[in-house]
Design a protein around this ligand. Structure first.
Ligand code: ZN
Length: 312
């Protein structure tokens, strides 16, 4: 059994308007909507999953678009503060021009750890980096008429967590998840796992004295780390309990099985299985085309289809 974490599984964030969120990720960023379902705890809110063709772990970004009920969040400590996507060499000009033409807020390209990156904000203020990785990323991207394979995102490159002091979070990464410190630059510490070639980086940024972040619109709700199967998932459950941390029971999320725990630095972590995946309730060619409901809400389908926002 592989007892290491296999990198990032998915990242879940909070958005405002559902159609604006859907349009931005499918059209501007060129991702595939691989699953359109509802928040299992609040079925009048969508749960969107964007990713590559099949929603490969390490490519999945999910949103709860809460509409006008959501207040804007604030970046700060105890939070995931940046989401890094991997993009091909030579693509940053394309993205910069695309953001400029579509009124997206971005910064000019910069460099860290010897890699060029471009920062931008989504319409809710969620912060991203498009990073050209040192080594060629061979993952197959989802492509659209507007975003071809020479520019398309390959999936996650890294995720950044901001903390007052990184030690306790770092220990979860190294002692439990199997990561190691790769590089450091000023107050940014980059951790890597060797168990997977992609989506394998976590940056911890130490920001003593910075205000605590507010998890609301335009901020990350949690980051999920990948394990191959349920047996490995339960193995991690024991390891986390042994650290004296509280962790949930195994939860069936239809497309994966999950555990949640709050790491000592204050960020909600999830561990999620790679099975069964998104093709469990619709064929790969049709992923994201129908509204998928967990069985407990199937009797409310007619009502939910009426109250959920129109996307097209
Ligand atoms: Zn999740």
């Amino acid at each position: 059994m592989d007892n290491n974490i296999l990198g990032i599984h998915h990242i879940t964030a909070i958005a405002g308007d559902a159609k604006r969120n859907y349009d931005f990720y499918t059209r501007i960023l060129g991702l595939r909507l691989v699953k359109k379902t509802v928040n299992f705890d609040d079925p009048q809110t969508y749960h969107f999953y964007f990713g590559d063709e099949v929603g490969t772990p390490g490519s999945i970004l999910t949103f709860f678009p809460w509409g006008d009920r959501v207040k804007p969040g604030r970046r700060g400590t105890k939070q995931v503060t940046e989401i890094g996507y991997s993009v091909p060499a030579g693509s940053l000009d394309f993205w910069k021009n695309r953001f400029e033409a579509n009124g997206i807020i971005y910064n000019n390209p910069a460099e860290k750890f010897g890699e060029k990156y471009l920062t931008f904000l989504d319409p809710d203020g969620l912060k991203f980096e498009l990073t050209v990785a040192k080594e060629i990323d061979t993952r197959t991207p989802w492509t659209t008429d507007e975003v071809g394979s020479e520019h398309a995102t390959r999936g996650f490159h890294h995720v950044t967590i901001t903390t007052e002091k990184m030690d306790a979070t770092a220990r979860i990464l190294t002692d439990i998840f199997g990561y190691r410190l790769l590089q450091e630059e000023v107050n940014r510490y980059r951790f890597i796992t060797d168990s997977t070639p992609y989506a394998n980086l976590v940056d911890l940024v130490e920001a003593p004295g910075e205000a605590e972040g507010l998890v609301a619109g335009g901020s990350v709700h949690h980051v999920a780390f990948s394990v191959p199967d349920e047996a490995t998932l339960m193995h991690f459950r024991e390891k986390i309990i042994a650290q004296g941390l509280h962790i949930t029971e195994k939860i069936d999320r239809n497309y994966f099985y999950s555990l949640y725990f709050r790491e000592p630095g204050g960020v909600l972590f999830e561990i999620a299985t790679n099975n069964p995946g998104f093709a469990v309730d619709e064929p790969v060619a049709e992923l994201g085309s129908g509204l998928k409901l967990p069985s407990q809400y199937e009797t409310h389908r007619e009502h939910l289809e009426k109250v959920l926002p129109q996307l097209d």
